[in-house]
Design a protein around this ligand. Structure first.
Ligand code: ADP
Length: 473
């Protein structure tokens, strides 16, 4: 752990495993409430001086961390693949995406503009200034174990906040590697603190109830996000929640079915489907359903499953046994209720895959609203296709979910593209675009997918309060 500028060890540890091989990679310090308390106190003590630094000073440190991250991208990617499982090339992409948040907010720190607002009174002047919210407690997930850290920490630090980070128990090694980078970049003691723990619940509770924590920023499941929001409510703590999703992916019959199938396969099987923006319902218009399914069957069948360290592997393992069980339960349920299986549909245990959590990339069609997969987030390598007839009705189908993170549309019709963009009740709409994400663009959801935006100009505003000055002159 890293608290108040010191590396801290405890006798109590927990193991970290490689999900592809079952190998035990390391033992990591198992912190608890006591260490989290110390980290909050350190962050709180460091806050006034950090908040008083100039934006240029904060920017320089963020920029230095960006440079170190880029220098260590290969090493970080290997750490990520070994503890999280994604193919090495995808890990490298994530490291660069993660580094981009440091660069973006190094720049954005200098644009913490206030406003001068004209008053109706001639003897009055209004101005606003942005104030950092204080100590930020950040809880990050295992599926993007590097970029979810920088996506939260970079704007918080840019704004002048200090931070306590609690990473996911499955991927603490990435967090430790990032902390080495922050320490080496020269952030003052207490500005960034790391608490690793096997049991997140007591630390989450402390974050939500501690009077010295100004803001909670969380990425993870909707169930845990809801729990944190409930615990933080009595103190009206500021919150950003980036939660689950159930993305619709709509292909109209004016689109090229082969191109759309390529896009659907790429985005669905990214990170073995373990992404909150992963398409969970693929709607294809009847006129092109056959060529679409044929192209997708071929592409899904050609994915190569294995240890992400091996060259040519495109789909890595799932995070653990529970993930395998959940995926298989959804597939079995769909097949029992009449879905058609085109490819996949089972756990993989042979050819060097015996010790990892591997599931075959799977394509189902004839998926209906009665099936679990149509409602529940899958977080695994299963593409579920539903054929539709009525282009007016598909918007209603797509919006019929409690989630509201990402959505995708394939069409060549500009008017239809606009209508869909405006009609979809989601925080993100990709129009013929399977990668509508960037450090420069606001990422986030509505409804059960959470609140707040990460990245972009808006990402910085999550970590500030607006102070109004009224001057009678
Ligand atoms: P997933 O189901 O994708 O693992 P979680 O919401 O369980 O998502 O995990 C995301 C992050 O939330 C991880 O850092 C995890 O340790 C943390 N977490 C899980 N349960 C709690 C809890 N009760 N309180 C605080 N944090 C939690």
């Amino acid at each position: 752990m890293y608290i108040n500028g010191q590396w801290l060890s405890l006798e109590r540890t927990f193991p970290v495993y490689n999900p592809a091989t079952g190998e035990r990679l390391a033992e990591v310090v198992d912190g608890g409430v006591e260490q989290a308390e110390a980290a909050i106190q350190a962050a709180s003590a460091a806050f006034p001086a950090w908040a008083a630094t100039t934006a240029y000073q904060r920017s320089a440190l963020l920029y230095r961390a960006y440079e170190l991250m880029m220098q260590r991208q290969q090493e970080l990617a290997r750490t990520m693949t070994s503890e999280q499982g994604k193919p090495l090339r995808a890990a490298l992409n994530e490291v660069r995406y993660g580094a981009d948040f440091l660069l973006w907010f190094a720049e954005e720190a200098k644009r913490m503009y206030g406003e001068i607002i004209p008053s109706a009174r001639p003897d009055q002047r209004f101005l606003t200034q942005l104030m950092p919210v204080g100590v930020v407690a950040a809880i990050t997930p295992w599926n993007y174990p590097v970029s979810m850290i920088t996506r939260k920490l970079a704007p918080a630090l840019a704004a002048g906040c200090t931070v306590v980070l609690k990473p996911a128990e499955a991927t603490p090694l990435c967090a430790l590697a990032m902390m080495e980078i922050f320490a080496e970049a020269g952030f003052p003691p207490g500005v960034i603190n790391l608490v690793t723990a096997a049991d997140p619940a007591p630390i989450g509770e402390l974050f939500c109830t501690h009077p010295k924590v100004g803001k909670i920023t969380f990425t993870g499941s909707t169930a845990v996000g809801r729990k944190l929001a409930q615990m933080a409510a009595p103190q009206l703590k500021r919150m950003s929640l980036e939660l689950g999703g159930h993305a619709p992916f709509i292909v109209f019959d004016d689109a090229d079915p082969v191109h759309a199938a390529k896009g659907a396969t790429l985005v669905k099987f990214l990170n073995a489907g373990q992404a909150c923006i992963s398409p969970n319902r693929i709607y294809v218009q009847r006129g092109i359903a056959e060529p679409f399914l044929a192209a997708m069957t071929e592409r899904v069948g050609a994915l190569r499953v294995g240890d992400g360290m091996e060259q040519g592997v495109t789909v890595g393992p799932l995070v653990n046994e529970a993930a395998i069980d959940k995926v298989h339960r959804q597939v079995t349920d769909a097949l029992e209720k009449g879905a058609r299986l085109h490819v996949g549909g089972q756990r993989l245990r042979e050819g060097g895959l015996e010790r990892g959590h591997f599931y075959a990339p799977t394509l189902l069609s004839d998926v209906t609203p009665e099936m679990l997969i149509y409602r529940e987030e899958t977080f695994g390598p299963v593409a579920a296709v539903t054929v539709f007839d009525d282009p007016e009705q598909v918007l209603e189908l797509a919006n019929d979910t409690n989630y509201g993170l990402a959505s995708y549309v394939y069409t060549r019709d500009i008017a239809r593209a606009f209508r869909m963009f405006e009609g979809l009740r989601f925080g993100i709409v990709g129009i013929n675009d399977i990668n509508p994400t960037s450090a420069a663009a606001p990422f986030g959801g509505i409804k059960d997918s959470g609140m707040g935006r990460e990245g972009a100009r808006q990402g910085l505003l999550e970590y500030v309060e607006i102070k109004l000055g009224g001057f009678a002159i």
